[in-house]
Design a protein around this ligand. Structure first.
Ligand code: SF4
Length: 414
């Protein structure tokens, strides 16, 4: 690409983001203006979010997936996602205590012809075949559809324990009945071990795992992604913004300066830091899609603009992201529960509590944090308060003050 072309691309990207970021709802046609070519120059191209193969399943999916919890009143977000080509929709039976599935079902009632264009994924947190049947049937009713494109076991912690031969038989039956097209799981902790084990099973179509500019630099994660890609498993990245679990720490007080430096540099190029964090993940072709919570039009449109922009991040910006990740690592839990949980005296679900803290302190979403906290064993508060976390803190590669953070989370949520 020539320098002139690059400038034009950047200008158009900025223009698109500027228009979209203002909350406009008329953004399915993205203007491409060649300011250097006279009256022939102005042209309009109907751009939509591109697709990628989902592993070796034979299915192509949009590289941006609509995630998070949307309400009945958010129908316009679904409509515009559809028009912008964000046709991979992710939900779970638990999201918003079932409200998210119902909101999608309401959309399909009004726009039934859109169902065939959507790659629809839902999930349930159980490995019991009878419960899976019940939960899938309930989801299909709420979603107002006869099938989902992919069904996940939600929040898998140990593939060997949870993806049993009974689950395999269940998935095969559900496929034969036409209720699901593909099957897989989501992983928020010990992701790499789960991915490596799953790649050997031979019957997992897709995995959605925590994956972002922090985690993708880890050798174990690189290897797990490569192995899954070779096994033909479709990969969806989630938690790509790598929100802090502990942004109240003095130890990451430099976060503001680092974030400002990075943001200023990216803005000169036409990106926000949030868009750069998406773009760096898309640079790995083994990642089929990014599932992103997009609770409003502004975020949907900014993310879609990033997905449509083909310009790659510069090495300088990748380095800035890396530096930022390293300097703020003590505010981010990497989900490596196998390191910290076995070395505390009482059984404390450290990684699960970190996830609660991430929603509470990182996203400011107390409702979601409470939903997750209430699913933990009732004795969690008691065990956290009586546990010495010093050995776990020594093992933590992120250098998180685990005891302090968990006690703060308990104080807020219990
Ligand atoms: S607290 Fe530390 S060791 Fe434990 S899961 Fe998080 S990053 Fe890993």
């Amino acid at each position: 690409m020539s320098t002139k072309d690059e400038k034009t691309t950047r200008r158009n990207f900025l223009k698109t983001v500027g228009v979209l970021g203002a909350g406009s709802i008329v953004a399915t046609t993205v203007p491409f203006v060649n300011a250097t070519a006279g009256s022939e120059a102005r042209k309009s191209a109907t751009e939509i979010v591109p697709k990628r193969p989902f592993g070796k399943t034979g299915v192509d999916v949009s590289i941006l997936a609509l995630g998070g919890v949307l309400k009945m009143s958010d129908q316009l977000v679904f409509r515009m996602a559809c028009k912008m080509g964000v046709t991979y929709w992710d939900t779970a039976d638990s999201y918003g205590w079932g409200k998210n599935e119902k909101a999608i079902g309401k959309y399909f009632t009004k726009f039934p012809n859109d169902r065939k264009n959507i790659f629809l994924v839902t999930k349930a947190a159980t490995s019991d075949p009878a419960e899976l049947t019940e939960k899938l049937n309930n989801s299909l009713v709420k979603l107002n559809t006869s099938y989902v494109d992919m069904y996940f076991i939600h929040y898998v912690k140990d593939v060997k324990d949870e993806l049993t031969s009974g689950v395999k038989a269940w998935a095969e039956k559900a496929k034969a009945e036409g209720k699901i097209r593909l099957f897989g799981f989501s992983a928020h902790k010990n992701m790499e071990a789960s991915m490596l084990t799953a790649a050997k099973l031979g019957w997992i179509d897709g995995i959605m795992m925590s994956y972002n500019y922090r985690l993708m630099a880890k050798d174990e994660m690189k290897r797990a992604v490569d192995v899954c890609a070779k096994a033909g498993i479709g990969l969806t990245a989630m938690k790509t913004q790598a929100a802090f679990t502990a942004n109240f720490y003095a130890s990451i007080g430099s976060e503001t300066d680092d974030a400002l430096k990075m943001t200023e540099s990216l803005m000169k190029k036409g990106y926000t830091a949030e868009q750069a964090k998406l773009k760096v993940v898309w640079e790995n072709p083994a990642i089929a899609s990014i599932c992103s919570a997009m609770p409003n039009m502004t975020i949907l449109q900014a993310n879609a603009a990033a997905a449509m922009n083909k310009e790659k991040l510069s090495e300088n910006h990748k380095n800035l992201l890396n530096q930022y990740a390293q300097r703020t690592c003590s505010g981010y839990c990497a989900g490596c529960a196998n390191l910290c949980e076995p070395v505390v005296d009482h059984h404390v679900p450290i990684s699960d509590l970190m996830r609660c803290a991430m929603y509470r302190f990182g996203y400011g979403d107390r409702e979601k944090a409470l939903e997750l906290f209430k699913a933990l064993p009732p004795e969690t508060k008691r065990t956290v308060l009586r546990t010495d976390f010093s050995e776990a803190e020594k093992r933590c590669p992120q250098k998180i003050e685990i005891g302090r953070l968990l006690k703060a989370a308990i104080k807020d949520l219990a």
